[in-house]
Each structure stands twice: as C-alpha cells, then as structure tokens.
Design a protein around this ligand. Structure first.
Ligand SMILES: NC(=O)c1ccc[n+]([C@@H]2O[C@H](COP(=O)([O-])OP(=O)(O)OC[C@H]3O[C@@H](n4cnc5c(N)ncnc54)[C@H](O)[C@@H]3O)[C@@H](O)[C@H]2O)c1
Length: 176
C-alpha cells in the first residue's frame, strides 16, 4: 500500500462472526459454491443456521457440499447454474423462492482465473482469431447478472419484519 493511501478499515478475525446470529433462518443464494472460497462461505453460513442455495456449473460437486451441510445438521439445496447463461440464473433464484419462500442474502461468488491468454494473439491462416473473453463473461457479466437479479428477488415475499437483505461481493485487494 502506498503511504499516502488511506488505510481500509479492517475487521479483526475475532470480530468477523460477531453478528453471525443474524443469518439464522435466512436464505442465502450463492454462485460457484461447489469449491474454493464459495464452498467455505456456504459451509460457514450454514453453520450459523442459514438455508443455503448453491448454483454452480458442477452439479455433483455442489450436491456434495449440500450433503456435507445436511450431515452437519444444516439446510441446503443446489441447482446447476452456469452464470453466463442468464436464464439459468433466473432458474436458480426461482428455485430458491420455490424451495424456501424468500431470498435474503445473495453472494455472486462464481469466478475463474484468467484462461484465455488474452494478450497472446493466435493466428489462423495468418489472421488473428477472435480472442475468448471467458474470464470477463464469468467474473464480470455473470456477477453483474446475479446482482441485477438479486435486486428483484431479495424483495419477493419480503415481510415488514425482515431485518436483513444483503448483496455481498467478494474481491481480493491488489498486492501492489
Ligand atoms: N483461492 C484464492 O486464494 C484466490 C485468490 C485471489 C483470487 N481468487 C479468485 O476468486 C475466484 C474463485 O476462486 P476459488 O479459489 O474459490 O476457485 P475454485 O475454482 O476453487 O471455485 C470456483 C467455483 O466456481 C464454479 N464456477 C466456475 N465457473 C462457473 C460458472 N460459469 N457458473 C457457475 N459456477 C462456476 C466452479 O465450478 C467452482 O465450484 C476466482 O476468480 C479466482 O481467480 C481466488
């Protein structure tokens, strides 16, 4: 961090789960939670009593996370969802509403590392081929579509007594 940059406020580890009781009974919709950061997030929310809906490209691995949550006494369900297919995202939210009646917390987590070697042109018959933009499609468009749909689905069946509606983005700060 540059010395003139304002320091980001940091939550110390021992305070991270201070308000975890607030998610008990709430419905979490999270993408890409069959593995990695999303899986750990789903397990953590479930351990605090949230009902977890996982939308992931890999339905078998997503179901394994659901099984793990249920074995520990939690509540979860999964549906196959490729976040770059808008209709599959709509299906994921509709599934959550049908299954648990509402959506309270949304985490657009699905993400991939750069695969396309975007700045390495590939030639075909001497002409550059159109590069793939898969990383942008998943990490940007997919995330924006989840956020767009959250704005609609977080308010379906909302009760006046509902005290928590959240849209949570996950990011990694640059090490520069
Ligand atoms: N793990 C780290 O330490 C770390 C550090 C910095 C940045 N990141 C970034 O965070 C993101 C996630 O990292 P991770 O380690 O949890 O990855 P991961 O590969 O372990 O998990 C990603 C999950 O997203 C799912 N997924 C991938 N494409 C999808 C799609 N189109 N639709 C739905 N689900 C899809 C996968 O099936 C998988 O379950 C990546 O963009 C990664 O580059 C990770």
């Amino acid at each position: 961090m540059h010395p003139t940059e304002p320091e980001m406020s940091r939550i110390p580890d021992d305070k991270l789960t201070e308000y975890s009781h607030r998610v008990k009974g709430k419905v979490l919709v999270i993408t890409g939670a069959a593995a990695g950061i999303g899986r750990q997030t789903a397990l953590l929310f479930a351990s605090y009593g949230a009902k977890v809906v996982i939308g992931d490209l890999n339905p078998d691995a997503a179901q394994a996370v659901v099984d793990e949550i249920e074995k520990a006494g939690g509540t979860a369900a999964s549906i196959k969802c490729n976040v770059v297919k808008f209709e599959e995202q709509v299906d994921m939210f509709e599934f959550a509403i049908k299954k648990y009646g509402s959506v309270d917390i949304v985490v657009p987590n699905a993400g991939i590392t750069e695969t396309a070697k975007f700045m390495t042109p590939v030639l075909e018959n001497g002409r550059p081929k159109q590069p793939k933009t898969t990383t942008l499609d998943v990490n940007l468009t997919g995330v924006l579509w989840t956020a767009h749909l959250a704005v609609h689905y977080l308010f379906i069946n909302k009760q006046p007594s509902d005290d928590l509606k959240s849209l949570i983005f996950i990011g990694t700060p640059s090490s520069d």
